[in-house]
Ligand binder design. Structure first.
Ligand SMILES: Nc1ncnc2c1ncn2[C@@H]1O[C@H](COP(=O)(O)OP(=O)(O)O)[C@@H](O)[C@H]1O
Ligand SMILES: [Mg+2]
Length: 369
């Protein structure tokens, strides 16, 4: 940088050095682009002496046309509101991390700008402005905020859930008493109302239970259990649900497989949730298949596969299914899979799924020992 006459002289005197300078400028441009940075260099009269490729691409201009333009003229030509910076700002104090966002025809830019006037013995010899692309960073921050939000919702839910549970228990108790009285007096129709209230209370209770499980899983009671036993015990519930949805249930138990150490009640919840999801995915009927397997290439794990013949999970939904409160169902809570994942993770296992238009298979991997 600096005196152009000196630079020209340098070229003649030392071709080797000017070749190096040429390489350096090419590489510098490339490095800056990779870093998501752009640079603008101005001379003592605030005319542009260098502009990097990234800025030319962003502002859709040609380097040759921009070089030696005055800063203000260039900014005017860009016709961007608000401008990334002004000459006055640059002449003031050096700025660091000045944020600037801009939406071009086809892209949204989030930038951080550093600018500074260079001085030599109290005389202005030029200035530079560096543009850093922070779009990715901002997206990442948004993700973190989102997961923080979910955590907070979980905590609030847990607190509220307790407060809801207590009055529910009282309501349930009194309803049962009332039911008895009504039955003694032979009031059949009123008894029906009570049974509706009781089943609704049960629904709220289950929902609250899921909330609690999500935010603070209860103390697990671990013991040796066989997957086939666990599934056998929930099968009546699953068959019942399947009947309502015109779904055929096939279960292939493998009593020869070794037991695993787990909390039986929590495991039941996992298979029940997955079974329910599978049934709900098959509008107009289908087949639910539950398999227990141990694959030779993964001998230390048990696999339980829950397969449906539904329409599959759409691509835009796939990433979100395990998110708490994510649901595509009118009556859904979006907590089923989060709860399943939490329980299975606590056992050192994992849940994976494969899906296409022919249906979805959720596989629960659980380690032996
Ligand atoms: N077997 C499946 N087939 C298709 N979509 C599914 C399946 N299991 C889960 N999903 C999708 O994942 C979402 C989240 O499931 P879940 O956490 O159990 O909550 P909910 O069942 O209350 O919606 C569902 O709303 C559904 O869109
Ligand atoms: Mg569900």
């Amino acid at each position: 940088m600096g005196d152009p006459a000196r630079l020209a002289k340098l070229d003649l005197d030392n071709p080797e050095q000017s070749k190096r300078a040429w390489y350096m400028s090419r590489f510098a441009n490339r490095f800056l682009a990779l870093e998501g940075s752009g640079i603008l260099v101005l001379d003592s009269e605030f005319r542009i002496v260098e502009i990097s490729d990234m800025l030319c691409a962003m502002f859709d201009c040609l380097r040759e046309e921009v070089i030696s333009l005055g800063l203000e003229e260039w900014l005017d030509r860009l016709r961007i509101e608000p401008p990334p910076f002004t000459k006055t700002q640059l002449l003031g104090n050096a700025f660091r991390d000045r944020s600037w966002t801009w939406k071009s025809k086809d892209k949204r830019y989030a930038m951080m700008l550093d600018g500074e006037v260079l001085e030599d013995e109290g005389r202005q010899i030029g200035a530079f402005v560096i543009f850093r692309d922070v779009s990715n960073l901002i997206a990442l921050e948004e993700q973190i905020r989102q997961s923080d939000r979910l955590k907070t919702i979980g905590q609030i839910a847990a607190g509220t859930a307790h407060e809801i549970r207590n009055p529910l228990t009282a309501m349930k108790g009194f309803m049962q008493l009332l039911n008895k009285t009504l039955s003694e007096r032979g009031m059949g129709r009123e008894q029906e109302y009570i049974s509706i209230v009781l089943s609704e209370i049960e629904r709220v209770n289950e929902l609250v239970g899921e909330f609690l499980l999500l935010s603070k899983p209860r103390e697990a009671k671990r013991m040796l259990v066989k997957a086939s036993t666990v599934i056998q015990e929930i099968l009546p519930m699953i068959r019942n649900e399947a009947l309502l949805h015109n779904v055929i249930v096939k279960h292939y138990p493998r009593s020869d497989l070794l037991p695993i150490v787990a909390d039986k009640e929590l495991l039941k919840q996992v298979f029940l949730n997955l079974g329910k999801n599978a049934i709900e995915a098959m509008h107009g009927g289908g087949t639910l298949t539950i398999r227990e397997c141990c694959y030779p290439d993964q001998p230390d794990k048990l696999a339980v596969e829950i397969q449906d013949t539904g329409a599959g999970i759409p691509a835009d939904v796939v990433e979100k299914v395990f998110e708490p409160f994510y649901t595509t169902k009118q009556q859904g809570t979006g907590l089923g899979l989060s709860v399943c994942q939490r329980i299975v993770h606590d056992l050192g296992g994992r849940i994976v799924f494969a899906t296409d238009e022919g249906g979805t298979t959720f596989t629960v991997w659980l380690p032996y020992s």
